[in-house]
Design a protein. Structure first.
Length: 469
């Protein structure tokens, strides 16, 4: 049977009662983190300008952090752009990108439109997550290295699968949604460091939802070979010999990808490829109480594939700074933390940072430093003015997999810090509690309503807006 149909049967046969408790646990973690990062990014230019360009009328679905309701497709796009605006949303090793933002941006918009129980919402999220990540298992890491942005090119399938699940369409219609999504897939890494990267998420969330809606209405697409055709997804995006479709179906739910390797929760609001080096440097700083003036030279090694888009010694915008390993390390050295405010306005031009940047050198690591199959390690070497050399390595950043999770208190702290940028303290805590009990809600519209800000953003304390790239 064709892959689209096989996936569709798995998607439509899943029910909440069959989900393992760990899948439900991690689903709520992913929802909490994504709702928080979407609220943190909802007033950034990348989301606001996207909304302005659409300029559509009223509808049923909330824009996070606003009181405005718009058509579901528009909400998926704008909330999707907001979810990734700060590059603070979760990651996953299998997809090679950000799994939750595309799926949840589409699901939240759809659930606001049609209504859904918390259990159905959680089930749809898990199967959407599983669809995009298991497709990633078949195409990565060649897909990623070639220059596609898997968050978008694979996330569109996750969004389509999740929305098809929530709409309760048939297996045949779900296969059609996946086949439509194959034509909607897009997103190139050349646009990293600009507003287009977060818009990739909004675009694929909208397209995934649209694919499911089209399928429900009776639209047709090549369900027999949209993936396998000589001009289908696998051949066009990866090319012959650069994918392994046979890995996808046997791995479905064995284990659920949301459980293992799981969700990587980001500690820092910048490209995940910079995180292991930041972790290593912060460990050194805390262990030796180092001050910037003591550091004569700072060297860092990360995986070659990750350095490709983060070797930016002279970032020229706040967005580009998120993809500058040099800037992120300079920030960690100067402030002993890397936070949202470090990527706002003209912070990338700070004189103290500009003095540190020339002291920082980055390079790809070799197999003498890390095993060939480790793509997530980092080594940092600090040379002090007196000639002392200090070295620290990490095999992977903290929180990168479910086996190395952030503690619940740290997850809550991140959520509160993010959500406070758009909502009152009372509403933030009510939203946190509602997500913890999501499976008990008969209609998640009650939860979505808590993401709305009852006051206009202009009434809130002024803050810097991320510079355009």
């Amino acid at each position: 049977m064709a892959l689209a149909l096989e996936l569709a049967h798995r998607i439509t046969s899943q029910c909440f009662a069959d989900l393992p408790p760990q899948a439900v646990h991690w689903a709520k973690v992913g929802i909490l983190d994504t709702v928080g990062t979407t609220l943190a990014g909802c007033h950034e230019d990348t989301a606001c300008l996207a909304a302005r360009a659409l300029a559509s009328g009223a509808g049923p679905s909330l824009l996070f952090g606003h009181s405005r309701r718009v058509p579901a497709l528009e909400a998926a796009l704008v909330n999707g752009a907001a979810s990734h605006a700060l590059d603070f949303d979760d990651c996953n090793n299998t997809i090679g990108g950000h799994p939750s933002a595309p799926v949840l941006s589409a699901l939240c918009a759809l659930a606001d439109d049609i209504g859904a129980s918390g259990q159905d919402f959680l089930t749809a999220y898990v199967v959407g997550f599983e669809t995009e990540t298991k497709l990633g298992l078949g195409v990565n890491m060649y897909h990623y290295t070639k220059g596609w942005h898997p968050t978008a090119t694979l996330g569109v399938f996750g969004a389509a699968a999740a929305c098809a699940s929530l709409l309760r369409v048939s297996a045949a219609q779900t296969a059609t949604a996946l086949a439509i999504a194959a034509s909607f897939a897009s997103g190139i890494k050349a646009n990293f460091g600009t507003m287009m990267k977060p818009l990739h998420v909004g675009h694929c969330a909208r397209n995934g939802l649209y694919a499911a809606l089209l399928a429900r209405e009776g639209y047709t697409a090549n369900t027999a070979s949209a993936f396998e055709h000589k001009q289908g997804f696998f051949q066009v995006f990866n090319g012959a010999g650069n994918y392994d479709a046979a890995r996808i179906l046997p791995a479905w739910a064995h284990p659920w990808d949301i459980v293992d390797p799981g969700i990587a929760i980001k500690q820092y609001p910048c490209c995940g490829s910079t995180h292991p080096a930041i972790d290593a440097l912060l460990l050194l700083l805390r262990a030796h109480d180092l001050q910037p003036a003591q550091v004569a030279r700072l060297e860092a090694w990360i995986h070659e594939r990750r350095l490709e888009h983060t070797n930016r010694p002279d970032p020229q915008s706040a967005l580009e700074a998120k993809f500058s390993l040099q800037y992120c390390l300079a920030r960690a050295l100067l402030d002993r933390q890397v936070i949202i405010e470090h990527f706002e306005g003209d912070t990338y031009t700070d004189a103290a940072i500009r003095r540190l940047l020339p002291r920082i050198r980055v390079a790809p690591y070799t197999t003498a430093q890390f095993p060939a199959d480790n793509h997530f390690g980092a080594e940092v070497r600090v040379t002090l003015g007196d000639g002392t050399v200090l070295t620290q390595t990490v095999d992977q950043p903290f929180g990168r997999t479910s086996r190395n999770p952030l503690p619940p208190a740290q997850l809550k702290e991140k959520f509160v810090h993010c959500a406070r940028r758009a909502l009152s303290e009372t509403r933030v805590m009510a939203l946190y509690d509602a997500i913890q009990r999501l499976e008990q809600h008969h209609n998640v519209r009650e939860v979505m309503a808590l993401t709305a800000s009852p006051e206009p953003h202009s009434a809130r304390p002024a803050r810097a807006v991320a510079a355009q790239a």
